[in-house]
Design a protein around this ligand. Structure first.
Ligand SMILES: NC(=O)c1ccc[n+]([C@@H]2O[C@H](COP(=O)([O-])OP(=O)(O)OC[C@H]3O[C@@H](n4cnc5c(N)ncnc54)[C@H](OP(=O)(O)O)[C@@H]3O)[C@@H](O)[C@H]2O)c1
Length: 258
């Protein structure tokens, strides 16, 4: 899709756009929004992405640096006008078993996945509130629905984002700001390519980006995919805790290593 006369958004800002889901999402947004501002730490990858379309511009950034996040938004709005869609997608994933507890991995998860999103909100909220419009999308995970093995440095940060998005939806909708909560299942990206365990229902980053664009265009709050996997994960969220533990022990965490 090329340039369009009547884009849905003026400027979409996507964090974590140097690889995986964020990269494919930036590509799919071409033609749907006048400007696409892409951020991550890898400047070379962002520059290569920006070469693909005149609508894509690179804004390198570490989301853990709150001042840098604020300054980046100011730069984007000076270059591209108002940011009316932000997709807070940057995150760090690492498998961690409780028996190999790694405080650095836990801190990194909180800093990037949770506080990184908070830094993004701190930057975009004032202008969206002043205008009484905008769309904020938070990328969490189906791994945030319930506690999962090997997920102690990651799942709790995504559970926190799911909780946060509910508060945001309740408070911001009456003020004219849309909120979307994006919960992918397994997606084939550099993050998951290092996983040693089986990933049921895994889809490509391009398929994930298509599902996200479709949900954002419809203004959906709950964008969870792939459909069947997300439904199963949602069902696991509401079954009794004893049954949940039994299912995980029986089908997922049968033979823990060591
Ligand atoms: N893949 C899956 O199966 C899956 C499932 C559920 C949810 N998700 C979520 O989907 C989102 C995208 O994940 P992905 O699978 O596409 O992973 P990915 O390929 O590893 O991409 C992660 C992105 O975040 C950026 N990033 C990491 N730390 C950053 C920092 N401190 N500051 C700025 N950017 C940073 C990375 O770029 P730099 O390294 O260049 O900074 C990269 O662009 C994440 O929120 C993830 O939790 C993924």
């Amino acid at each position: 899709m090329g340039e369009v006369d009547n884009p849905r958004w003026n400027t979409a800002w996507i964090t974590g756009a140097s690889s995986g889901i964020g990269l494919e999402l930036a590509r799919k947004m071409v033609g749907r929004t006048r400007h696409i501002a892409v951020s991550a730490r890898s400047q070379d990858k962002l520059n290569a992405l920006a070469e693909e379309s005149q609508s894509i511009r690179s804004y390198p950034l570490d989301v853990t640096d709150a001042d840098a996040v604020d300054e980046t938004l100011t730069k984007i709005q000076a270059d591209c006008g108002v940011v009316d869609l932000v997709v807070l997608n940057a995150a760090a994933w690492s498998a961690m078993e409780m028996k190999a507890f790694d405080l650095d991995a836990v801190r990194k998860g909180i800093e990037v996945n949770y506080l990184g999103v908070m830094n993004g909100l701190h930057a975009v909220l004032p202008s969206m509130l002043a205008l009484g419009q905008g769309h904020i999308a938070i990328v969490a995970s189906t791994a945030g629905y319930r506690g999962l093995p090997q997920s102690a440095a990651y799942g709790p940060t995504k559970a926190a984002l799911i909780n946060l998005a509910e508060t945001m939806r309740i408070e911001l909708a009456p003020l004219g700001i849309k909120v979307s909560l994006i919960c992918p299942g397994f997606v084939d990206t550099p993050a998951t390519q290092k996983n040693q365990f089986s990933m049921p229902g895994i889809i490509s980053a391009s398929e994930a980006a298509r599902a996200i664009v479709s949900g954002l265009e419809k203004g959906q709050y709950d964008i969870a995919f792939p459909w069947l996997f997300a439904r199963v994960m949602k069902l696991l969220r509401i079954i009794p805790i004893g049954l949940y533990f039994w299912l995980v022990r029986t089908f997922v965490w049968r033979n823990p290593t060591g």
